[in-house]
Design a protein around this ligand. Structure first.
Ligand code: AOF
Ligand code: ZN
Length: 371
């Protein structure tokens, strides 16, 4: 076991915080942080730092090395994920670290990517670099949870978000979009969207609420996730906001089977002409859909509604985190009961934390896998 110093933890903390900045912005790549530190006898100082660029490239290490320049020689690099060893869309980061003359590399999490998976570490060691792994691994795995889920399980990390009234309702039939939570919660939801690769709703919600599902917070407008609708029979109206904005932010309609009838074909053609992508997946088996999303590099999926869609994911055992907003509004008559409320947390989920947003409360639960 390596004995870590407080400086080691401090600098890996900086790397993790950097990595967090581009969460949801680097698909199909993970967001990785890298900090380059040298000590010329007067204490350690950061000479280069970077996070994986928006869109996934360049990787963190090459950018941090560019900032450090000659100062990287003899320095320590702190990286949240094992440096890559493969010639992908960019040359291997391990080679770049070697060429720059870095003396020591400290890694939080080793990379499960089949093209890397220990080879990055081997390359560095073969070049005489001291490599230490496992510093703040728990925090690193948390930061990389979505990427690790995709690589290890072949599916995205699924977060279920629900907004529930004081009387346990998620809405009311025929009343359209109800304001169950206040503006502070809504802003938080937009922030959460900005950290997700994709967001999903059922066709019921898409029709009843006509949501846009984009990130609409000052400064975060460009950080909208891919939008997905479970739309078995392709009922998404052409006039829906989702369809109207499909050319700005991608929309995928997930249909159950190849269309057979003339009217289905016509709806499909119209949606496609408007820029909506049609994905054929078996909805009774969500793992089929999640596998397809993982294959296209989606690591984090935010499920936003409604009750049926939430139940579909919960019953399939495919929810990893629940974000439960509880508002102060009472819906009463005609309310649609939520499958979950604070008194009714599904088995297997453990409480993690609560936060206040205005008068609302957000409770976080995580599914605890037996390991
Ligand atoms: C790093 N530093 O900042 C990131 C890494 O498609 P490519 O060629 O860009 O390679 C993607 C893989 O690179 C990805 O699956 C993961 O293994 C690694 N991501 N590696 O050294 C980084 N983002
Ligand atoms: Zn790399």
């Amino acid at each position: 076991m390596t004995e870590w110093t407080r400086d080691d933890e401090r600098f890996m903390g900086v790397a993790l915080a950097l990595a967090h900045r581009h969460l949801g912005q680097t698909a199909t790549n993970p967001s990785v942080g890298c900090v380059i530190v040298r000590d010329d006898g007067d204490g350690p100082r950061i000479v280069g730092r970077a996070v994986t660029a928006v869109g996934g490239r360049p990787h963190a290490e090459t950018q941090a090395l560019a900032e450090a320049g000659d100062l990287a020689r003899g320095a320590t690099a702190y990286v949240t994920l094992e440096p890559c060893s493969h010639h992908g869309k960019t040359p291997p980061c391990a080679d770049a670290l070697i060429a720059a003359g870095v003396a020591r590399v400290v890694i939080a999490v080793t990379d499960p990517d089949e093209r890397v998976s220990g080879r990055g570490i081997d390359m560095l060691r073969d070049a005489g670099i001291v490599v230490e792994t496992g510093l703040m691994q728990v925090e690193g795995e948390r930061e990389l949870e979505a990427y690790l889920m995709r690589k290890r399980e072949g599916r995205p990390f699924v977060t279920l978000k629900l907004a529930v009234s004081a009387d346990g309702m998620i809405g009311a039939t025929g009343k359209g979009q109800l304001a169950i939570t206040g503006p502070e919660s809504r802003a938080e939801v937009h922030r959460i969207r900005s950290e997700s690769d994709a967001i999903l709703v059922g066709i019921g919600t898409a029709v009843a609420d006509d949501p846009e599902l984009t990130t609409r917070l000052p400064g975060l407008e460009h950080r909208s996730p891919i939008r997905i609708v479970l739309d078995k029979r392709l009922e998404l109206p052409i006039g829906a906001k989702l369809v109207k904005t499909a050319r700005q932010v991608p929309v995928i309609a997930v249909s159950d089977a190849d269309v057979s009838s003339f009217s289905e074909q016509a709806r499909r053609d119209a949606l496609e002409a408007a820029g909506v992508e049609i994905l054929i997946c078996h909805q009774d088996d969500l793992s089929d859909l999640l596998g397809a999303l993982a294959t296209r590099g989606i690591s984090s999926l935010l499920v936003e509604g409604g009750a049926k869609t939430a139940e579909l994911f919960l019953n399939a055992g495919l929810v990893d985190r629940i974000l439960l907003f509880t508002g102060t509004v009472t819906v009463g008559e005609g309310g649609v009961a939520s499958p979950i409320d604070r008194m009714l947390v599904p088995v297997g989920f453990v409480y993690r934390a609560s936060h206040s947003f205005g008068n609302d409360v957000l409770d976080e639960y995580e599914y605890e896998r037996s390991s």
